[in-house]
Design a protein around this ligand. Structure first.
Ligand code: EPZ
Length: 414
């Protein structure tokens, strides 16, 4: 991606559908018989990967712009091969659904990820509590539930998003009731529960810390519109903030962004949120934000950390980030230094000294949100910034170069 920086943005943009809602809902279609119509599915490679898995398992999926038609009645496999599992780490969310449907599942251990090791111990512990027998050998997870899955009481030691999703998918058709304590409360969990309940599931309390699921026999297909992507929205706000711009975000749910909005207000931005829109106006130069701690929802989201850090590299003063969710999510820092930023990383803490400006350079993305962060920084840097590793960006951002060009940026993919 080639970016000619130090240009202001302006105008309005419709935010894409949420990647992290579409992925578990695509897995959930394994449990719903008949036709499913999923609207607002972004054109991104992680969704293509999930569609590839559904087709491999025997499901039929067709895409019409951002609408997906999914029918898994003809599902005939319970294994997900190595290459499909490695393509996207969050494919682990298929485990609960396949196991619930076939009483068997065989997946290769999901790859580590750019964010460091991504254990799945919480997933496996919970599924075992529901009666699954899971053998791990030669990098393969061999799972059985010959008598089906049983509802039970589960308490997560950490509100893991993926584990919560796997447990919901395993519980909706389980025998009896499942009570999940310390569940993740992300909006994407609520969206998954709403989809499943429209299919006939009985899920109560999604979005709260305790979720109760009464197992039902069978689910039917439904129509569902995926919620907007709060992380893409946060990224666009970072792009406007770093260039001192005024933009209008449309088609978003502002309360999903409240922790992000309050940070931008602390940095001196004016934010007005109403009826699915956010009008955003950044000052010429941002104020530093003393403390940003990533936390489970509704705290500040770890996925918004990298783009926000890019914005604060040119703020007035020193900002301090504490990354509490993933153990190595500062890979973008080395590349930001090449653009002239002044950042020191000590374990899970990154101290960002605001500099007066950045200057364009060749930088390399190493993960999805890091790619978005480097583009964000390039928008503010004097001269040309070249960002390589755009395949990471395309996992989660739909036509990002077009979105930014429509806002007046000089960005092109070559
Ligand atoms: C989901 O990942 C998102 N991915 C991530 O977004 C997001 O950063 C993360 O939730 C936190 O909000 C999708 O929804 C597809 P976790 P997930 O389980 O489910 C540890 C993006 O950029 N953990 O809540 O993998 C884990 O190592 C992606 O869109 C265990 O130790 O997140 C991590 O440190 C990146 N054992 C922490 O918990 C487990 O069994 C949070 O993981 C599971 C997780």
């Amino acid at each position: 991606m080639l970016i000619e920086g130090a240009r202001k943005l302006s105008g309005e943009v419709e935010v894409q559908g949420a990647k992290n809602s579409a992925l578990p809902i695509l897995a959930a279609t394994i449990l719903s018989g008949g036709e499913n119509v999923l609207c607002n599915c972004a054109n991104i490679s992680d969704i293509d990967a999930a569609v590839g898995i559904l087709r491999y398992l025997g499901g039929s999926v067709s895409r019409h712009h951002t609408t997906m038609l999914v029918n898994t009645d003809s599902l005939c496999r319970f294994d997900i091969p190595h290459d499909l599992m490695r393509e996207m780490r969050s494919s682990i969310v298929f485990l609960g659904a396949v196991l619930s449907r076939h009483k068997r599942a065989r997946l290769s251990f999901p790859g580590g990820c750019e964010l460091g090791p991504r254990p799945i111990d919480l997933h496996l512990k919970a599924l075992r509590q529901m009666g699954a027998v899971i053998n791990e050998h030669h990098g393969i997870l061999d799972c059985y539930a010959p008598k089906g899955l049983m509802g039970t009481k589960i308490s997560l030691s950490f509100p893991s998003v993926g584990a919560t999703e796997n447990i919901l998918l395993a519980a909706v058709n389980a025998k009896g009731t499942t009570t999940l304590t310390n569940a993740a409360r992300e909006p994407e969990i609520v969206d998954l529960a709403e989809y499943l309940n429209k299919c006939g599931a009985k899920i109560y309390g999604a979005g709260e810390g305790i979720i109760v699921v009464d197992g039902v026999g069978k689910l039917h297909g439904t129509q569902h519109t995926i919620i907007p992507d709060r992380i893409v929205a946060s990224t666009l706000l970072s792009c406007a903030a770093v260039t001192g711009s005024e933009i209008l975000l449309k088609g978003i749910i502002s309360q999903h962004l409240s922790s992000v909005i309050s940070i931008f207000e602390e940095a001196g931005c004016k934010v007005k949120a109403d009826k699915g829109e956010i009008s955003f106006c950044a000052p010429e130069r941002l104020n530093a934000v003393k403390n940003i701690r990533t936390m489970p929802y509704p705290g500040f989201p770890t996925d918004a950390q990298a783009p926000l850090m890019s914005a604060l590299t040119v703020a007035r003063g020193t900002s301090c980030f504490v990354e509490n969710i993933f153990e190595s999510r500062f890979k973008h820092v080395g590349e930001l230094l090449r653009l002239g930023a002044n950042i020191k990383v000590e374990g899970k803490v990154a101290v960002v000294e605001g500099v007066s400006g950045l200057s364009g350079a060749l930088v390399e993305a190493q993960d999805l949100r890091g790619a978005a962060a480097l583009i964000t920084a390039g928008l503010a840097a004097e001269g040309t910034t070249e960002v390589t590793g755009i395949k990471y960006l395309e996992r989660g951002y739909d036509s990002f170069e077009t979105v930014l060009s429509d806002l007046g940026a000089s960005v092109r993919k070559v």
